[in-house]
Design a protein around this ligand. Structure first.
Ligand code: ATP
Length: 364
């Protein structure tokens, strides 16, 4: 039996459409030859361009379509030149996290053999960890609604038991899944600032309660400042890290830096009923329209979508295709022949994506 999945697609702004087009071609190549699943993709308007054209960055029809989809694939939204009246940028991708309660921001940090990195890794040191960023509260709680007077400004950090419990359960489940797949040792690190803030002591207490329910997984804590240091000094010690929204925002860009830049960093924002898959980077207006954007983060986000849908609907072929797609990216990177400019190569977006499609080969 073949199951068809409805995928809401947001190409968005800047380099968004340039990286989305080849990614959809690769995904439809997989889907068209699969026995157990099909992807039915619908492109939807949202973002800075849509705001300029309609006065609405996330039209209600796009939001409703996304809400009813099986998964959402998003490239990049927002442009520094297009802003709301209060000076903040258009960011419907963040609105979606709140609207769809996507509390778990999944940011894998994996350095593939041959991948450019500022780290000097020795033979046995393999960097492969996942940072989970809470994405609906924390210091983003008063996002765009902070209190500002002539002399003072206030933003509120919010941590709730309900969201923290879901977040930590997600982190431990992921560590168990990685351990079972032979990817990680089975460790979850709670990243906080519990030595200074009572809100983080609360966060840590809820983490410890969840840890007690997972005796097979090692649970520990780290302060966010020390974590930034260790991510540079010894990133290979991490497996799954879980943290607050703002800390996660910053650490995930540090993770992307370890991977040689934003062009290699995929992500997922996952809730109990919905999920958005998108690269960590923004719309990169400085290189938009030149055909030089790295499509790998977008393609890897597509692979994460296949893996998530496959696990959710118990479709091994889909999980396998997610793995095949990730392996195809790995082989292009380790071959170091078809790299885009950000990775030191000269290939175009299309050439890099085509190399991934070629590395995928045909279905065995
Ligand atoms: P946002 O705040 O919307 O996430 P940002 O301010 O982090 O965006 P980006 O748009 O992500 O900025 O771009 C940051 C830098 O990384 C830019 O120099 C951009 O050209 C580069 N960059 C981002 N994505 C890619 C990509 N896919 N390929 C190559 N370079 C990229």
């Amino acid at each position: 039996m073949t199951k068809t999945f409805d995928i809401a697609v947001f190409p968005g702004d800047g380099i968004g459409p340039e990286i989305m087009t080849p990614t959809l071609e690769i995904l439809s190549g997989l889907s068209n030859t699969a026995e157990t699943y099909r992807l039915a993709c619908t492109e939807l308007p949202a973002g800075a361009k849509t705001y300029q054209e309609t006065g609405n960055a996330l039209p209600a029809s796009s939001l409703e379509r996304a809400r009813s989809a099986d998964a959402i694939l998003l490239a990049a939204m927002g442009l520094p030149s297009v802003r709301y009246a209060d000076g903040t940028e258009i960011s419907p991708q963040i609105d979606l996290r709140f609207e769809l309660d996507l509390f778990a921001g999944v940011r894998p940090v994996s350095i593939r053999p041959g991948q450019p990195t500022p780290l000097a890794l020795s033979g046995g040191q393999r960097v492969d960890f996942v940072l989970i960023r809470e994405s609906t509260e924390g210091l983003f709680h008063t996002r765009a609604k902070g209190e500002v007077t002539e002399t003072e400004a206030y933003e509120t950090l919010k941590i709730t038991r309900a969201t923290s419990e879901k977040l930590f359960r997600f982190a431990f489940d992921l560590a168990e899944q990685r351990k079972a797949a032979g990817i990680g040792p089975g460790r979850v690190t709670c990243v906080d600032k519990a030595n200074i803030f009572r809100a983080f002591a609360f966060f840590r207490k809820i983490f410890d309660e969840e840890a007690a329910r997972h005796p097979g997984i090692r649970a520990d804590h780290a302060y966010v400042d020390a974590t930034a240091l260790w991510m540079v000094e010894k990133p290979w010690v991490f497996d799954v890290m879980v943290t607050e929204n703002m800390f996660g925002d910053i650490l995930s860009d540090l993770g992307a830096g370890l991977m040689g830049g934003l062009g290699m960093a995929p992500s997922a924002d996952i809730g109990e009923n919905h999920a958005v898959f998108q690269p960590c980077h923004g719309s990169a207006p400085d290189i938009a329209g030149q055909g030089v954007a790295n499509p790998m983060a977008m393609i890897l986000s597509g692979a994460m979508m296949l893996d998530w849908l496959g696990h959710k609907h118990d479709l091994p072929e889909m999980i396998h295709d997610g793995r095949r797609l990730t392996d195809a990216v790995d082989s292009v990177i380790s071959g170091a022949r078809t790299l885009t400019r950000d990775l030191g190569g000269t290939s175009s977006t299309g050439e890099a994506a085509h190399a991934v499609a070629a590395a995928l080969g045909s279905r065995a």
